[in-house]
Design a protein around this ligand. Structure first.
Ligand code: SAM
Length: 239
């Protein structure tokens, strides 16, 4: 799973790009990221959870959408190690008067009891946790630990498209357009080079399934979105 390379200074990156992060997301996904998150939200809510964790919540878009769609009162937690990204999330939640706990910390050591959450979601964050990351196994085992048995883990992430022509077009976009435009808008080209490279070289859906099975999860279902450039996976902690 790891490629034995130096871990990327991810926390520093988000400190630089948090101001324009939402804008760049909207532009680079042609506004589709919201629709994809909505699909992930439906999956997070499908087992009628009482406690939900948004891992790598960033500016809070997933947990906010969960809050908007919840039919009953749910204990909502957004977790991230970037105080700047979390600050944005808190401001957005305050504007909408949403009751969400935002907690700062590293996924490698989460301050939650074992078997606590009924559902966990992660949107565009698992790549950060497993791609060329020496703590990849630890990150997955922590998420596994805090979920109750039978609890769901819903993953929305970039993926390598299976179709060769689309993979080529997607690769050109990620290598030659996203880093430079993202860099120009956010002021940090290195950050967007990493994000684009990790997206371009990320796993296929099938490879990601194998990684999750090795981490103790059972695949409920998974599917491709946007011609395979994005994957939505629903897995559960084995009973
Ligand atoms: C690409 S952003 C995704 C944010 C948000 N979930 C979304 O849908 O836009 C990835 C987030 O993961 C966080 N992150 C990366 N590695 C982390 C770690 N080890 N522990 C906690 N947060 C982490 C970053 O701070 C960043 O906010």
């Amino acid at each position: 799973m790891n490629k034995e390379k130096q871990d990327f200074p991810l926390k520093d990156f988000y400190k630089d790009i948090y101001k324009k992060y939402d804008l760049v997301n909207r532009i680079f996904t042609f506004g589709r990221d919201r629709k994809w998150r909505k699909k992930a939200v439906d999956e997070c809510l499908d087992n009628s959870p009482e406690k939900i964790l948004d891992v790598c919540t960033g500016t809070g878009d997933l947990i906010l959408e969960i809050s908007r769609n919840a039919k009953s009162a749910i204990d909502l937690t957004g977790y991230d190690f970037s105080s700047e990204m979390l600050q944005k999330a808190k401001e957005k939640a305050k504007r909408e008067d949403r009751k969400i706990k935002f907690i700062e910390g590293d996924v490698a050591a989460m301050p939650f009891e074992s078997n606590y959450f009924d559902s966990a979601g992660i949107s565009f964050g698992i790549r950060n946790l497993v791609y060329e990351n020496s703590s990849a196994k630890l990150h997955l085992s922590e998420i596994h630990r805090v979920l109750r048995e039978g609890g769901r883990f819903v993953i929305l992430e970039s993926s390598k498209p299976g179709n060769r022509i689309w993979r080529f077009i997607n690769g050109i976009y990620l290598q030659f357009i996203l880093p430079y435009l993202g860099g120009a808008i956010s002021g940090n080209i290195k950050a967007y080079k990493y994000l684009a490279k990790s997206s371009k070289n990320y796993y296929t859906r099938e490879a990601m399934e194998d990684i999750l099975i090795s981490a103790g999860f059972h695949i409920i279902h998974s599917r491709s979105l946007f011609l395979g450039s994005v994957m939505l996976m629903v897995v559960e902690k084995k009973q």
